[in-house]
Ligand binder design. Structure first.
Ligand SMILES: Nc1nc2c(c(=O)[nH]1)N[C@H]1C(S)=C(S)[C@@H](COP(=O)(O)OP(=O)(O)OC[C@H]3O[C@@H](n4cnc5c(N)ncnc54)[C@H](O)[C@@H]3O)O[C@H]1N2
Ligand code: MOO
Length: 411
């Protein structure tokens, strides 16, 4: 059987990073920057006040005290947005608001709370040192410096930086578009009545959500019946909107395994067994012209879930122009013993938490009791996968295992 590593390497070969495009700021949210961003200007662009108060010459208020306030005439009123043509001389002050440009000659800002808030004249009852509550030009960003590097995911903070340096649009690798298609004659749309032998379809919902959580666009196609011609026809229709196609079901040894039957004929999709549990039957290749990558995941819901996180997530990262890293992993102490079939690497659904026992700082992990490939309820309660290597069949409680942390939500 094929190793997990070999399969990861093979599916990664399917894709290249998507070509960069120019997107307006809000549309760039969630995309990955495809250029380093340098600021043409300094931020702040001008010296300005950090507080609502009075711009003063610090020496003038050096001796101010509650019982000996210093009173100064207020010669200007400077709101934020003021073009900044004001100046003061020693013995004067200007009322100033947060973000307003410092008047020439002023060396400090006295917050309004340290004064009587006067309008024509103001009594200052606390000294302010030179530079107090003044934000200097360039102290955030100096003109000409790089503010964002190529390859970062554009989230809220990155959008703020882009807007603050005056960018309206930016060059990015867009969110990959992923079509999700389930197959199976037994599948019924959730909420619709189920007849004998039928089940409510869940894989396409799970995968569409996982795709969204991975920062991509998901098109859930629902499901097609167990008919190879229907599968091929549906795929052809969906390719126009896909950077990647994901299917579930129909890849094993069954007499009606339509995905395998339909795609094997094309000669561009390989079906293999990977030495893992769950997720053994896997397929990958391309469909259509010029060849849209396709990954065919097994139909058992837990198998599809685990396979997505091991194989599809790195592919999505590469499409986005990010390093195709695996899930983050940590060592953890097992709270219960586990077993695993020989020759296959097990991925056991588990709850990872801080070690609250005698294990000292670190993690402890409790695998779910229900580890069947069809047992979805346990999956919903877990946040991690315990890895039991191929050559290991038993690990006692207290043993240290590698644990993969599952994503917690939108990325
Ligand atoms: N003789 C063998 N039988 C099986 C083998 C094998 O090696 N030899 N492998 C088993 C393993 S492991 C897996 S995993 C499954 C994979 O089967 P398929 O990918 O062909 O999936 P299906 O047969 O279509 O379905 C399997 C199972 O999952 C349910 N299912 C499928 N799609 C959905 C969906 N969209 N939503 C919810 N549930 C779904 C389906 O009803 C079946 O119960 O094969 C084993 N058999
Ligand atoms: O390998 Mo299958 O994926 O166990 O159920």
């Amino acid at each position: 059987m094929k190793s997990v590593e070999r399969h990861i390497a093979d599916v990664l070969e399917l894709v290249e990073p998507l070509d960069p495009i120019e997107l307006d700021l809000l549309r760039a949210h969630g995309a990955v920057l495809a250029e380093p961003v340098t600021s043409a200007v300094s931020l702040p662009a001008f010296d300005n006040s950090a507080m609502d108060g009075y711009a003063v010459v610090a020496d003038d208020v050096a001796a101010a005290a509650p019982d000996r306030p210093v009173t100064l005439p207020v010669v200007a009123d400077i709101p934020a947005g003021d073009p900044g043509a004001h100046a003061i001389r020693p013995g004067m002050c200007a009322r100033i608001m947060t973000g307003a440009p410092m008047p020439a000659g002023a060396t400090a800002v006295v917050p309004v709370e340290w004064t009587d808030a006067g309008v024509a004249r103001v009594a200052v009852h606390r000294p302010a040192r030179a530079g107090n509550a003044v934000r200097r030009a360039g102290e955030d960003v100096e003109a000409g410096t790089r503010v964002l590097r190529d390859g970062v995911r554009i989230g809220a903070a990155e959008l703020a930086v882009l807007a603050a340096v005056g960018r309206r649009a930016v060059r990015v690798r867009p969110r990959p578009r992923v079509v999700v298609l389930s197959t199976g004659a037994e599948l019924v749309e959730p909420g619709d009545p189920v007849g004998p032998g039928q089940i409510w379809e869940s894989n396409s919902y799970m995968l569409a959500a996982a795709v969204l959580d991975a920062g991509c666009v998901a098109y859930r196609h629902g499901f097609v019946a167990d008919d190879p011609a229907a599968v091929l026809g549906t795929l052809e229709d969906l390719l126009v909107r896909a950077d990647l196609v994901l299917t579930t079901g129909g890849v094993s040894m069954g007499a009606y395994d339509v995905v395998k039957e339909a795609l094997a004929r094309l000669g561009t999709v390989r079906f293999e067994k990977v030495a893992m549990q769950p997720g053994m039957p896997q397929g990958f290749g391309t469909v259509g012209e010029p060849g849209t990558p396709i990954i065919t995941l097994p139909g058992n819901p837990v198998s599809a879930f685990v396979s997505f996180h091991l194989f599809v997530l790195p592919v999505l990262r590469r499409l986005r122009g990010m390093p195709p890293e695996p899930l983050p992993s940590v060592p953890a102490r097992l709270l219960v013993p586990v077993s695993s079939p020989p020759g296959r690497r097990s991925y056991l659904r588990a709850v990872l938490d801080y070690d609250r026992g005698d294990g000292g700082p670190g993690y402890a992990v409790r695998p779910a009791v229900r580890q069947g490939s069809h047992q979805l309820s346990a999956l919903a309660e877990t946040n991690a996968l315990v890895v039991v290597p191929e050559e290991v069949t038993d690990v006692p409680a207290g043993g240290v295992v590698e644990v993969l942390q599952l994503p917690t939500g939108a990325a």
